[in-house]
Design a protein around this ligand. Structure first.
Ligand code: GDD
Ligand code: MG
Length: 346
């Protein structure tokens, strides 16, 4: 089975983390989300992967190469200009098989794909869309269906009072290559705003498939934090690296926690991390590989990517820090989102 992963967006709602880092490569439990996704796809029989990339493609290519380490074949289609969600699919047409899956690469989910794929095949193809239900559908693509699940209307990001239901596009599709003939080539086209409504109008069978289980779009800082809380609470069943040394405390290899430090679960600590005396870590804190947390530093509900240093007595509350940052002695930061490019407070 083949999957095309849409991973080219700018990730504006996760800036500055995504200024120089592709959103799907944001760490989740100390591993890029895209890696979790590829591992899950492989396990479910998807071994032919096409990545549609644009923003910082080299970060993705350097990490995955041809995909051998994961037992999959990865090919990249790099857009010169952003082509939108349908334009990116059209752009990859020559690499696509007759029937293939498409994933928004920023969706955190643990779905079983088999029933979705079987449903698509049983109906004889066309367009199938995974659906999930949310409280406030206005940030998503919202559908109206008939009793058979056929989608009668697709509205992208409607005003709350105009949403036809609470069932939304979960960002996973199965398409027959034949439908790509309708997508104009070489220009920006949105699958949500142009193609889904267009296919429905034209009579192409567009069906919704209800899914169960964890689902979250991690594309805003608020949701990115929530995904981490859910991971540490084990509501999101993804592998957590490291050994669970006590309930809710995971520590990676070659890390040293000073006996005089206080760890308040849940906490995930990566590989080769050092934590100094009287440091207080947690709850809901994730520390990436090769970080140094000096004595007396306090980290609550914060996420640090790799190679960060938190100097003596610094305090981080509800912060997210990208790779390779240093937080100075006695600095106190609340709700900061920071990368080497800059900082925002959200
Ligand atoms: N290659 C490429 N080129 N990828 C793109 C482009 C592009 O021009 N634009 C967006 N993407 C990728 C993003 O990187 C992301 O993985 C995915 O397509 C979806 O884009 P978002 O920008 O995250 O869209 P959204 O979250 O506002 O809305 C989409 O996802 C919702 C589910 O979370 C829509 O598909 C909604 O209908 C849907 O409900
Ligand atoms: Mg998104």
């Amino acid at each position: 089975m083949q999957a095309l992963l849409l991973a080219g967006g700018l990730g504006t709602r996760l800036r500055p983390l995504t200024e120089d880092w592709p959103k799907p490569m944001a760490l989740l439990g100390n591993r890029p989300w895209l890696e979790h996704l590829i591992v899950m796809l492989k396990r479910q029989g998807v071994d032919d992967i096409v990545l549609a990339v644009k923003h910082c493609p080299e970060k993705i290519q350097q990490h995955f190469g041809y995909g051998d380490r994961w037992g999959v074949t990865i090919r990249y289609v790099v857009e010169r200009t952003l082509l939108g969600t349908a334009g990116a699919i059209k752009n990859a047409e020559s690499l696509l098989r007759d029937r293939f899956l498409v994933f928004n690469a920023d969706i955190i989910q643990t779905f079983h794909l088999r029933p979705f794929i079987e449903g698509h095949v049983r109906r004889g193809g066309g367009v199938s869309i995974c659906l999930t239900e949310v409280e406030d559908p206005s940030h998503y693509g919202v559908v109206e269906q008939d009793a058979d699940g056929r989608i009668l209307r697709f509205v992208e990001k409607p005003r709350p009072e105009e949403a036809p239901s609470r069932k939304i596009n979960a960002g996973i599709y199965m398409l027959d290559k034949a439908v790509l003939a309708d997508i104009p080539a070489g220009k920006e086209v949105s699958i949500e705003r142009e193609m889904f409504p267009g296919w429905i109008r034209k009579g192409v069978p567009v069906y919704g498939h209800d899914t169960e289980g964890y689902w979250m779009d991690m594309g805003t800082t608020k949701r990115y934090r929530q995904v981490h809380r859910d991971l540490l609470d084990r509501k999101l069943d993804l592998p957590v690296s490291g050994t669970e040394v006590e309930r809710g405390v995971w520590i990676g290899e070659n890390s040293e926690v000073h006996p005089g430090a206080l760890i308040v679960p849940p906490v995930l600590i990566g590989n080769r991390v050092t934590i100094g005396e009287k440091a207080v870590i947690g709850p809901y804190t994730v520390i990436g590989d090769d970080c140094r947390i000096k004595s007396g530093a306090r980290l609550m509900e914060s996420i640090l990517w790799n190679r960060c240093t938190v100097e003596t007595n610094a305090v981080l509350n509800n912060c997210i820090f990208g790779h390779g940052l240093t937080i100075g002695t006695r600095h106190v930061m609340h709700e900061a989102v920071m990368s080497r490019i800059g900082v925002s407070y959200a």
